[in-house]
Design a protein around this ligand. Structure first.
Ligand SMILES: Cc1ncc(COP(=O)(O)O)c(C=O)c1O
Length: 403
């Protein structure tokens, strides 16, 4: 028998419902069912050819030794140039840390700044990992819900009351996973003013879906809050924009002392990001950008298709998301409805398991994003698959008996 005892820091880090749903889907597939997975948060496109070619060239050129811990200078510089001069602020390579995915940028940021008991404010719905990364670093997630009935606008007036002397960060994500909501310049200003009023707090803006926006409304904090540049960390990466999830390259852009502290954390983690992946990311960021537009247009058509179907289904309702590649419908009006087998649907997991069993479609419970009563559909799948999945979803819903 092992004498292994899990570390305290993992006590509240649970297996996510996304993992539970993925396991359930795997199981059903193994049983021979034709499962359509709309639970995945990654584009179904290929990495651009020029990025692949750069990686191959890095290998043949023997660029295969330890990387500089903070990232290759040319990649750091290229990222800095994406932001340099915006809002009148100069940014250089020293403001940038390259990490193994933007998720690792988030972890580095929390490792570098959060002491046990420090608080991090996050606006629900938010990407599952935020709260767990904060807990892993000994911090306390402080959750503020947005208004689902009002396009998931954050309840900004509630933030101020939750800020304390221990608030280290406000974390925002626009466009948002899972709601697709895009924060306006006015909303960013309100959040910025709260940061300005609390000298111990900083703003973390996760802009990983910045290129997947269907309105002209997206505003980066680099443009909206230049006065707070020294108190802001922008996190983004190549995963979603360039379909490079497997390369694991993300970055953080922020004040030099924070970037230096994050680099110190990364030095004891990965020692830096794979040289080959960095070569591919450099090519993606500095090369032909036409994929951004063509893929966004495809995503927009799929979003429209999914929303049209959802709005026609009795019991479901959705806003039309402005960005990212998710739809986040409400199933609240069917809480308490009964399946043919007599099971009463009481919570998000009941609902998503019912959809999996009845329709063979994987969707993710809203509770995974701290927003119960909703579920997330990823439309990073072909039109044919989405059409079929929506047909099955409608059939499954029509089999329910309202209470
Ligand atoms: C909001 C958000 N931030 C960050 C990430 C992490 O992306 P990556 O680590 O691939 O850069 C994801 C992935 O799903 C996400 O949805």
């Amino acid at each position: 028998m092992t004498n292994f005892v899990k570390a305290d820091r993992l006590a509240e880090v649970k297996v996510s419902e996304i993992v539970v749903m993925s396991e359930a889907a795997r199981q059903r597939r193994a049983e021979g069912h034709d499962v359509i997975n709309l639970g995945i948060g990654e584009p179904d496109f290929n990495t651009p050819d020029h990025a692949n070619a750069a990686a191959i060239a890095a290998i043949t050129d023997h660029d295969t030794h330890y990387p500089p811990i903070a990232g290759k200078p040319e990649l750091r510089q290229a990222v800095a140039e994406l932001y340099d001069g915006r809002g009148g602020i100069a940014r250089g390579a020293a403001n940038v840390l390259i990490s193994g995915g933007s998720k690792y940028s988030l972890l580095n940021a929390m490792l570098a700044s959060v002491n046990p008991g420090d608080e991090v404010i996050m606006l629900a719905p938010f990407w599952t990992s935020y709260a767990d990364i904060v807990r892993l670093c000994g911090g306390i997630p402080v959750i503020i819900s947005s208004d689902g009935a009002n396009q998931f606008r954050p309840k900004l007036d509630e933030i101020s009351a939750t800020m304390t002397a221990r608030t280290r960060w406000i974390m925002i994500n626009s466009p948002n996973n899972p709601s697709g909501a895009v924060l306006t310049a006015g909303e960013l200003r309100t959040i910025g003013d709260l940061i300005a009023a609390h000298p111990q707090a900083m703003l973390l803006s996760d802009e990983i879906y910045e290129h997947i926006v269907y309105t002209d409304q997206f505003v980066s904090v680099a443009d909206a809050l230049p006065d707070l540049a020294e108190r802001t960390l922008i996190v983004s990466g190549v995963s979603k924009s360039y379909a490079m999830t497997g390369w694991r390259v993300g970055y953080g852009l922020g004040p030099q002392p924070l970037i230096a502290a994050m680099t110190a954390a990364q030095a004891q983690g990965t020692s830096g990001t794979a040289t080959i992946a960095q070569a591919a990311a450099y090519a993606a960021i500095t090369g032909n950008q036409s994929v951004l537009k063509t893929r966004k247009d495809i995503f927009q058509d799929r979003r429209d298709l999914v929303c049209r179907h959802i709005r026609a289904i009795n019991g479901l309702n959705t806003t039309i998301p402005d960005g990212a590649f998710y739809v986040f419908p409400s199933w609240q009006s069917c809480i308490g409805w009964k399946t043919r087998e007599g099971k009463v649907l009481l919570n998000d997991m009941d609902f998503c398991q019912f959809i999996l069993e009845q329709a063979n479609v994987v969707v993710i419970p809203g509770s995974s994003f701290s927003m119960p009563g909703y579920f997330r559909i990823s439309y990073a799948s072909s039109t044919e698959e989405l059409d079929e999945a929506m047909r099955r979803l409608a059939d499954a819903m029509s089999s329910l008996e309202p209470n």
